[in-house]
Design a protein around this ligand. Structure first.
Ligand SMILES: C[S@@+](CC[C@H](N)C(=O)[O-])C[C@H]1O[C@@H](n2cnc3c(N)ncnc32)[C@H](O)[C@@H]1O
Length: 206
């Protein structure tokens, strides 16, 4: 069996990552709160400055539903669906009674539905994306015209993976609406502290 790597290293292949998050699901919210994880809250603040209303959100890699909880607080009438590879995380997301539908699905594979969304989110999870071009193409399919894609990504990986070039390659489909400065990610986690920062980015479908 492949030995699970650390959170900082992006854990491992999809099966290893799935098991890692299954095993963590019970304590995930408590741990993340302890580490002062604020990405869902910060992402929602960014969205509040962009639009007054969203009707349908697809929360990719929703995990236990931390982003769902935050968006529901500010956009009360929004309908949120979620997807994740971790069945145990999805169980916790379900218990929160925020999501209309939850799909056990990779964000790199087409989800089998016929909905279209005005918001797609991917918060705290781009690290696990092995095929960003596939992901961007799928998001483009899921979104309505003028729909919004909000995601976070680690600055170190952004540079390593040349995300500027990737976004440029998709400029026929998306415009950049917002790009944050580097922000703290897990300030109370020893490996991340103030060393690993993230960026929040908002793309708008043309
Ligand atoms: C750090 S958690 C973030 C969860 C949630 N978005 C949040 O902000 O709390 C990363 C999540 O990505 C999920 N994940 C990893 N690879 C995935 C993939 N290929 N497709 C869907 N979800 C994935 C994990 O199962 C985990 O729930």
């Amino acid at each position: 069996m492949t030995k699970p790597k650390s959170l900082l290293d992006g854990i491992g292949n999809q099966n290893v990552t799935e098991k890692y998050y299954d095993d963590w699901a019970t304590n995930y919210d408590i741990t993340l709160k302890k580490w002062k994880y604020k990405a869902p809250l910060k992402a929602v603040s960014v969205l509040l400055n962009i639009r007054k209303k969203f009707d349908y959100c697809l929360d990719l890699a929703c995990g236990t539903g931390m982003f769902g909880e935050e968006i529901k607080k500010q956009f009360k009438n929004i309908t949120v669906d979620g997807c994740d590879i971790s069945a145990d995380s999805l169980k916790f997301a379900k218990q929160k009674k925020i999501y209309r539908k939850l799909f056990k699905n990779s964000f790199e594979k087409k989800i089998n539905f016929s909905y279209q969304y005005d918001l797609v989110s991917l918060i705290g999870s781009m690290t696990y994306c092995k095929k960003p071009k596939v992901l961007f193409s799928l998001v483009n399919k899921y979104l309505k015209k003028k729909g919004i894609f909000i995601f976070t990504h680690r600055i170190d990986l952004w540079q390593k993976q040349n995300f500027d070039k990737l976004i440029e390659e998709f400029n026929k489909f998306f415009t950049i609406e917002y790009r944050s400065r580097p922000l703290n990610y897990l300030p109370k986690n020893r490996d991340f502290s103030d060393k690993v920062k993230i960026r929040i980015i908002v793309l708008k479908k043309i």
